[in-house]
Design a protein around this ligand. Structure first.
Ligand code: SF4
Length: 625
């Protein structure tokens, strides 16, 4: 292998859509050492390569599609890919992950990451195979649903293993939270599909026959044998396999971790019943999002008959279904499955879509929509019939859908009349389906997440506080969750900083974080990375890389004008629930969020007044502003 960089394909591909050209270069060794891959490398490239204040929908904006050295089909969770960009939805740092074979296939095609810039003169798709890229006309794909686009593309490419990423009509119509779809899996949040749509890039195909060089293949094989043996009996892995993410509906409702009626409550009392209905009528079988996933948390589902009839597809994730049930008080599971299917077909983020609809219903109830044509729709809580209608209207920017197509923050600015108190978001990103009134460290996570009110980073704060998980981080300073009161506020800020460092690692290394939940913790990640790269790295070093990446993403946001004020939570998220199981539990409300934030800033080494990383912290991490 000579000088080969072990664990990396070794090259990146720069795509200029304005000139329809591509050029490749070698991965910089220092970049790989200090930022490893995935969202780490992407943070450095975006910070250095994109000027502050740039319109994310301008041709100059960058989208980086990145893998990590553990993005390999043989690694637990190694079917992963990250899209990083400045969000057109929030204006902040953004990343969106999808599980699929796209990441491993990209590396087999010879590239660890893609840098995409420019704007094609007409719709195109990129076909990347074994070290080269070609741009193919895509006018015939324009306006088609995601599955239709994929079917047409499949007919035009050589047989054999390949992966397709594509946008739906929502990305072509500029819905600011348009997703990029990888089969049935979505890189959903914050508008990666919007940015690709603005560049006239409708799809990317990767196909390759190469191999990534592994530093210590035999040692890696030995490690993996042991890890996969353990996974076979791990209760979290078994739970994910048997019930998928949607299996949490009942338990989360019970513990107050289920935002209901646009966050007026954190429980509804119908989660278990809805799950039961789903298992009996909609669930078909588990499926893996990439070749090799032993957990297979995906669900093949359908609605076999009736007005919401829906063909078999991979879907019905916990977050999506929650946003189309509890958020809007819909008790019809068929309608929820159908609406989330439509979100994927049209290529819009199901969380922001469901949250925007919940916001609309509350505005209608409060009589704030006089200035808007609601098309005669009955915007009542629990009306299942309007859900698919509104999803289509959002995706096509039709009627009242156009108001929701930019998310709740901008919709509230247009509606006025005090509607901003119904707009539940942080940094412009709508809240997902976990509630910090079940465990308060999640409040700090939501406030300080670099991409906003995020269902990935670091929603695990809830899993530590209320779910008593630790991912092997206790030996690196995380307090034992069994000794923590979920409703206490003191101590949570410091714990969140450590959890963010730990649970950010899968995005940097290129794996699925559910495997961390299933026992593949930070020590095992370090051991695998050492074997793959032939360079010994400790868990402490990995945690420091993650800290560096989080700080650099924070600097990106600071440069874009975000400040401490943008770390604050909506009032309603801190309030004692208006109804439900916890309405008479004042301790579950968040009483002093600024103090929690202060503790977090101190743990991070950030200025307590501005929330900006201090010079000493940046120097310690080898960062410069
Ligand atoms: S656990 Fe689920 S999300 Fe993670 S890689 Fe497997 S199927 Fe994909």
């Amino acid at each position: 292998m000579g000088n080969a960089l072990m664990g990396y394909a070794g090259n990146y591909l720069s795509i200029n859509l304005s000139t329809l050209t591509g050029s490749s270069g070698s991965i910089d060794r220092d970049l790989a050492r200090n930022y490893i891959g995935g969202t780490g490398i992407a943070a450095r490239l975006l910070y250095d390569g994109q000027k502050a204040g740039l319109d994310p929908l301008s041709p100059e904006s960058m989208v980086i599609i990145a893998t990590g050295p553990l993005t390999l089909n043989s690694i637990p969770g190694g079917g992963s890919v990250e899209l990083c960009f400045k969000s057109p939805h929030t204006g902040a740092w953004s990343e969106a992950r999808a599980g699929s074979d796209f990441g491993p296939d990209l590396r087999r095609a010879g590239f660890d990451y893609l840098v995409i810039q420019g704007k094609a003169p007409r719709p195109v798709y990129a076909y990347i195979s074994d070290g080269r890229v070609e741009f193919r006309p895509a006018e015939h794909l324009a306006g088609k649903l995601v599955s239709e686009k994929m079917e047409l593309i499949r007919k035009e490419i050589p047989k054999g293993n390949s992966s397709i990423a594509c946008i739906g009509p929502a990305g072509e119509h500029g819905v600011t939270y348009a997703s990029v779809m990888f089969g049935d899996r979505a890189a959903g949040r914050t508008g990666a599909g919007t940015v690709l749509g603005s560049k006239n890039l409708l799809a990317i195909v990767v196909q390759g026959t190469g191999e990534v060089p592994i530093g210590r293949p035999e040692a890696l094989k030995g490690l993996l044998k042991g890890y996969f043996n353990e996974l076979r009996t791990n209760p979290v892995a078994i739970g994910f396999h048997d019930y998928g993410t949607i299996g949490d509906l009942g338990a989360n409702d019970e513990k107050g971790d289920w935002p209901t009626r646009n966050w007026q409550s954190n429980s509804w009392g119908k989660g278990a019943e809805l799950l039961d209905r789903f298992m009996k009528h909609n669930f078909i079988k588990p499926y893996p999002c990439y070749r090799g996933c032993t957990i297979s948390c995906g669900r093949k589902v359908r609605v076999s008959e009736g007005q919401y009839a829906t063909p078999e597809h991979g879907g019905a994730e916990y977050e999506s279904i929650s946003c189309f049930t509890a958020y809007v008080l819909n008790e019809n599971m068929d309608a929820a499955v159908h609406a989330t299917y439509l979100c994927n077909q049209y290529g819009i983020d199901s969380i922001s879509a469901g949250a925007s609809i919940a916001f609309l219903l509350e505005c209608a109830e409060a009589g704030l929509l006089q200035d808007f044509d609601t098309g005669g729709l009955d915007l009542s809580w629990g009306n299942a019939e309007i859900l698919p209608v509104l999803v289509r209207m959002i995706a096509n920017r039709e009627g009242i859908g156009a108001l929701l197509a930019d998310g709740v923050k901008k919709a509230a600015e247009r509606i006025g009349r005090g509607s901003e108190k119904f707009a539940i978001h942080v940094k412009g990103l709508e809240g997902p389906a976990h509630d910090p009134r079940s465990g308060k460290s999640l409040a700090v996570s939501y406030g300080t997440g670099n991409r906003g009110m995020c269902h990935i980073h670091p929603v695990e704060a809830m899993a530590w506080d209320a779910g008593k998980m630790d991912w092997g981080l206790c030996r690196y300073g995380l307090p034992d969750p069994y000794e923590v009161d979920r409703w206490a506020e003191s101590g949570k800020g410091a714990a969140v900083a450590l959890m963010q460092n730990g649970l950010n690692l899968p995005e940097i290394l290129g794996t699925c974080k559910f495997f961390m939940y299933a026992g593949v913790g930070v020590d095992k990640l370090a051991a695998m990375l050492s074997c793959v790269t032939d360079h010994d790295v400790s868990a402490e070093e990995l945690l420091e890389v993650s800290e560096r990446v989080i700080n650099l993403q924070r600097l990106f946001n600071v440069r874009e004008g975000f400040s401490k004020a943008d770390d604050m939570l909506p009032e309603r998220v801190c309030a004692v629930p208006a109804f439900g199981k916890y309405a008479h539990e004042p301790a579950c409300g968040i009483s002093d969020f600024p103090a929690m934030l202060q503790e977090y800033y101190e743990a991070r080494g950030w200025d307590p007044v501005t929330g900006i990383p201090s010079d000493a912290t940046l120097a310690r991490l080898g960062l410069k502003k």
